[in-house]
Design a protein around this ligand. Structure first.
Ligand SMILES: NC(=O)c1ccc[n+]([C@@H]2O[C@H](COP(=O)([O-])OP(=O)(O)OC[C@H]3O[C@@H](n4cnc5c(N)ncnc54)[C@H](OP(=O)(O)O)[C@@H]3O)[C@@H](O)[C@H]2O)c1
Length: 329
């Protein structure tokens, strides 16, 4: 496969290159792509050096697959240009996720919707992916009515500029700010921009994307997204009300049997998911599984995953792997 990585110099792009290498994705030619600022910069992949190219050059090279993580504006403008020359684009931005003509895919849940005709495929939001990975098997078993989620999100979810802001604050250096306030020793109830309804875009992604991925609009999601000064992954406190009652040991069993999900749940040994353990891992970790004693058929749990891996790069590459394995590219 001739593979372009668009946004190769960014946080997600760098992890994308690492994951492609780790998973031995069948690359015959790698095309690292970034903005004009980075053209000519050297990227190393599998011990070989590659020079970063611009978008126009990348389109002219007609890759089989383009893995995009360069922001919504770049995707909106350039993904169709790649699609026109026959490239299949898997896009990490929010540009195409809610477009009814585009598929929104978490491979463990709905890769079977993909066809050869899908030339632009959307990767869901990072906090959505980890949440639906845990919710999907439980929804099948007990039927969800309503989900209330509060997130505790890593600065790596905002990109290189935000990680630098936190590092500068820790080192006492004044520098460029990615957020309107300091992030060190702080918690910002503000991920992405505010919308007219008072929610942030991130909160609305959590509210709307799960139904599309799970192809079921019978449940609703309410979200509060908070940025905290961690780097290794996003955490989520998730409260789920089901139509039907459940047995806690069966919930643990169902989650343990779900590919890509790991249960870390033992209060006797202080075992629960944390970003420092999820960092650099592809799995979604679930713990603090307990009954909500304030109302019937309701469950509380804590879900953690590395937002740059399963939340972005790994999920994207799993989609690409599915396309290759099923001869859809
Ligand atoms: N971070 C996460 O956890 C996460 C998770 C899921 C999805 N995403 C999405 O992935 C995308 C990238 O996020 P990130 O965190 O990796 O951001 P980032 O660290 O700021 O990196 C942005 C990348 O995009 C490139 N880029 C920016 N403008 C461009 C342009 N006009 N043309 C070509 N390339 C351009 C940058 O190239 P230069 O180095 O040349 O500027 C860089 O490689 C965003 O759409 C984001 O919403 C991020």
């Amino acid at each position: 496969m001739k593979v372009a990585v668009v946004g190769a110099t960014g946080m997600v792009g760098e992890v994308m290159l690492k994951v492609l290498e780790e998973r031995k994705f069948p690359i015959t030619e790698l095309i690292p792509v970034a903005s004009e600022r980075s053209v000519g910069k050297i990227i190393s992949y599998q011990g070989k050096e590659y020079s970063v190219v611009g978008l126009e050059t990348a389109v002219s090279l007609r890759p089989d697959i383009a893995l995009f993580s360069a922001g919504g504006g770049t995707s909106l403008e350039w993904a169709p240009k790649f699609a026109e020359v026959g490239t299949t684009v898997v896009d990490n931005s929010s540009a195409w996720r809610m477009d009814p003509t585009k598929k929104l895919v978490v491979p463990e849940i709905n890769a079977n919707v993909l066809t050869k005709e899908d030339k632009i495929i959307a990767n869901p939001n990072c906090s959505t992916i980890q949440m639906v990975m845990a919710l999907n098997p439980l929804h099948k078993a007990y039927k969800m009515k309503r989900v209330v989620v509060s997130t505790y999100q890593s600065v790596s979810g905002t990109g290189v500029k935000a990680v630098r802001q936190l590092e500068n604050e820790i080192a006492g250096i004044e520098g460029e700010m990615a957020y309107p306030y300091p992030i060190g020793r702080n918690a910002l109830p503000h991920c992405d921009v505010f919308e007219e309804n008072g929610y942030t875009k991130e909160e609305m992604k959590l509210a709307k994307e799960p139904q599309k991925i799970m192809n079921d609009s019978s449940f609703s999601v309410s979200a509060t997204a908070v940025r905290i000064p961690t780097a290794g992954g996003h955490s989520e406190s998730v409260n789920v009300e089901f139509e039907n009652d459940f047995d806690l040991s069966e919930v643990r069993q169902l989650l343990s049997e779900t590919p890509g999900v790991v249960v870390q749940d033992n209060t006797d040994t202080n075992t629960y998911p944390m970003p420092i353990y999820a960092h650099n891992k592809d799995e979604v970790f679930v713990g603090r599984i307990r009954r909500d004693e304030s109302q019937p058929n309701t469950l509380n749990m804590w879900i953690v995953a590395d937002n740059l891996r399963k939340g972005a790069a790994t999920n994207t590459i799993q989609i690409a792997e599915y396309l290759v394995e099923h001869h859809l590219v």
